[in-house]
Design a binder for this molecule. Sequence first.
Ligand SMILES: [Zn+2]
Length: 428
Amino acid sequence: MTATLDRTSGYYEQKLETLSSEDRAAYQNAALQKIVQHAHANAPAVRKKLEGSNVRPGDIKTVKDLERLPITHKHELTELQQSDPPFGGFLGVPMDRLKRICMSPGPIYEPEEIHSKNDRWTQAFFAAGFRKGDIGQVTFSYHLVPPAFWFEDALHRLGCIATPGGVGNTELQVRMMHDLRVTGYIGTPSFLVAISKKAREAGYDLQRDLSLEVGFVAGEMLPESLRNELEVSFGMILRQGYGTADVGCLAYECYQKDGMHFPYNCVVEVVDPDTQRQLGPGEPGEVVATVFDEVYPMIRFGTGDLSYYTDEPCPCGRTAYRLVKILGRLDQVTKVKGMFIHPSNADEVATKFPEIDRYQVVVTREAHVDQMTFNVELKEDCKPTQDLAKRIEAAIPNCMRVRGKVSFLDRGTLPAEYKNIDDRREWD
Ligand SMILES: [Zn+2]
């Protein structure tokens, strides 16, 4: 029985998770210098990246110095691996040290030594509420891709037992959870919904017949309404983490569920996609990661995800800054008057007004100034009024941080398929 466990406080590595910002900077700068030296000496692709920027490994002394290096994106990784198989020059150790090679869509091959980067996921699991003695069901795929293995490693490091559920087989997974009194769930939010449905169909009461107390989800957005519903119906704590197949864990929630802390042992930058410079708290930009992983030393890997961070203190005691939320993919982002706007921001405006049926944001440029127009088709029984236009116009800067004009279109003006943000600016 695990009913007496304290899942809401404590740390996996107290000292390192509660460093002052000066001490954390010192820790990270030292680790950064070491990994850059190592990668320069052992990974030809990293050496080339430094040489291409006229940077010697000794020049990278602080996190700020990373700005001197270009960002490597996933598609470049695919190309590099194809021209220099199998790892594109990013392998930082002799091949015989590897224990696992996974394949992610791209395709991209990911070399690993067991546990080489999984202590970051372990921090995440502890913060989510996993404790020694838990039985955790891992419902990510065990085929080709790495996450399921990482999460098993993290469970083992905490002294937990893993049940490898994998993908699908929902009925059998429910049975396994029931029979083994599984206490932890690891998977996507949507699969946990599927589990709850199947369990109810099987006549189980989610709290009486299943023993789930804690869950860690990743890979999908977790709306607060869904989190609440799942936490209440299972009687469990549900927390999320963020990472990518290439670099592993980059951020995770604590019990406070108010943003995702950066692990202490990697560098996460939020970067202006145009200048590749580091941004401050509250400023949305691309999430860029540098990991202290000798095996696969990714230095300034661009995730393509758009987010922003906060440096406000967290009541949990962890001092690392937090990613507030993932706003979407960078390739769907448009920059208007110096601000990044994303389709999800525009959706936020639209959902505030039940009168709106369909909309399209059009960005144009007049006399060298960006203009944003919110073209709206209303529902059948709604009238386009001045008042409604004004109210929508007032909501736009709150959600999108840029002012815009509202223009009503006749129903059916927008084509059957259209982009929610249409950038019609032309540049010489
Ligand atoms: Zn916290």
